[in-house]
Design a protein around this ligand. Structure first.
Ligand SMILES: [Zn+2]
Length: 133
C-alpha cells in the first residue's frame, strides 16, 4: 500500500471518531442546506490542520459537497439556503456559508444583500480570511 493511501486511511479513521457527535449535532440534516433523508458525509472545512479537528467538521450532503469542491460550478439556486445557514450556531457552517456567499456575491445581488446583514465574531472573520474559494 502506498504511503499516501495510508495517510488517507488514517485520516478517515481519525475523522470517524467524531462521527457520533456529528450525527447528533446535525440531527440527520445537511448542516449547509438542511436537507434530510439523504446520505451525509464528513466535510473538513479549510484550512485543514494536520490533526483532524471536530470544530472543522461538517456533516453535509453530496450536492453541497460536490459544489464546494468545484466552486466554478456553484448553482446559485441551491445556495439560497445560506440566508439561514449564516446564522448557524456551528461556526464551521457559518464560516462556510459566508465563504460561499462571498463567492456568489460577485454575480448575485441577493448574496451581496445577505452578506450586508451577516454578523461574524472576530475569530470567525479570521477563519473566513484563511479560506479563499
Ligand atoms: Zn446540503
Amino acid at each position: 500500500m502506498s504511503k499516501a493511501r495510508d495517510k488517507h486511511q488514517e485520516r478517515r479513521q481519525n475523522l470517524s471518531q467524531f462521527g457520533k457527535d456529528l450525527v447528533r449535532r446535525c440531527g440527520a440534516h445537511c448542516e449547509l442546506c438542511n436537507t434530510s433523508g439523504v446520505a451525509l458525509s464528513i466535510y473538513e472545512v479549510p484550512p485543514v490542520a494536520v490533526e483532524p479537528q471536530y470544530e472543522h467538521c461538517l456533516m453535509i450532503c453530496d450536492t453541497c459537497n460536490t459544489q464546494i469542491e468545484r466552486p466554478k460550478r456553484l448553482d446559485p439556486n441551491h445556495w439560497r439556503c445560506l440566508g439561514t445557514t449564516m446564522w448557524s450556531e456551528v461556526a464551521a457552517a457559518k464560516v462556510t456559508a459566508i465563504v460561499i456567499l462571498n463567492h456568489l456575491a460577485k454575480k448575485e445581488s441577493w448574496a451581496q444583500e445577505l452578506l450586508e446583514q451577516a454578523y461574524l465574531e472576530p475569530e470567525e472573520t479570521e477563519w473566513v480570511a484563511l479560506w479563499t474559494m
